[in-house]
Design a protein around this ligand. Structure first.
Ligand code: FE
Length: 290
């Protein structure tokens, strides 16, 4: 088959190195989801540990929510596309994440929280991403960055609307979330049919798209084969992430971040650098020190 030619394609463009469909799974109290990163089939993409997509109109798929559970050593990012999720932690912080809102939670040295649907019918749809913290930040105090949909800039590009959750666009606009430890970029992109999206990304950063509606081509997919939702499109080295929408348009996330290149000791809700630190995490949790 002929490679799909692109006259602008050169060594600067990141090529797709893997397409992953994700794995159907359930977590919390029986919430059905697709795990795109962080399952056996798809190990972490440093610094991104895990990525779940949930999307259902059936209350039975989400109503159980995520009752009280701990976290230590990383950040969780909840981005809602539809529905309402109530969050509450054991330090007195609570709130509701609604459609279009983002909650960027730095668990740091630890907290116990619940994430429960604030609805008993209708569509619940969104993503939860886990981003690793560097060793020096794993025991930092917990912190939140929370933004309503209206506070997040949307950049109008040719054939594209780009919602800047974290990172800088091309217009001078910058997403409100500050993620200095990995210099994260988190965009939600809506592409018209056939439209092409381009974004500079530091060459040594990890980068991938998550196609969650429609279909799209990325450089060097061959023979007219499109990637179809739902898919994680892992990108190789390069300076520019490029995605071209198929005939029905596309919606996708673009995520990028600096690799931490540190050892990972991961058990359930704790992600540390060593086994000793994991044992300490279980001990601290068991003795009420979260
Ligand atoms: Fe959680």
């Amino acid at each position: 088959m002929m490679a799909r030619q692109d006259s602008n394609q050169d060594s600067r463009t990141r090529k797709i190195v893997a397409v992953a469909r994700g794995e159907a799974t359930s977590d919390g109290a029986g919430v059905k989801m697709t795990r795109l990163i962080g399952s056996g089939a798809r190990p972490p993409l440093d610094p991104f540990l895990m990525l779940d997509f949930f999307g259902s109109e059936r209350a039975g798929d989400y109503i159980g929510g995520f009752p009280d559970h701990p976290h230590r050593g990383f950040e969780t990012v909840t981005y809602m596309l539809a529905g309402r999720m109530r969050h509450r932690d054991n330090h007195g912080h609570s709130g509701v994440v609604e459609a279009g809102d983002v909650q960027w939670m730095k668990a740091g040295r630890g907290l116990i929280h619940s994430e429960m649907p604030e609805q008993d019918h209708g569509l619940m749809r969104g993503f939860q991403l886990w981003i690793n913290l560097p060793a020096a930040e794993k025991m930092a105090p917990p912190a939140y960055q929370e933004f309503k949909a209206a506070q997040i800039p949307v950049e109008e590009r040719e054939g594209a609307k780009v919602k800047l959750i974290a990172g800088a666009g091309i217009s001078g606009a910058v997403g409100p979330v500050r993620a200095p430890h990995v210099d994260a970029l988190y965009f939600d992109i809506e592409l018209a049919p056939g439209a092409r999206f381009r974004q500079e990304t530091p060459p040594d950063h990890q980068a991938f798209f998550v196609l969650y509606e429609g279909s799209a081509f990325t450089p060097d997919m061959t023979g007219g084969q499109e990637a179809r939702s739902l898919a994680l499109l892992e990108l190789g080295q390069g300076e520019e992430a490029v995605l071209t929408a198929g005939g029905q348009g596309a919606r996708a996330l673009l995520l990028a971040g600096r690799k931490l290149r540190e050892p990972i000791a991961w058990s359930g809700p704790f992600v540390m650098n060593s086994r000793e630190e994991l044992i300490q995490a279980y001990e601290d949790f068991a003795t009420g020190r979260f």
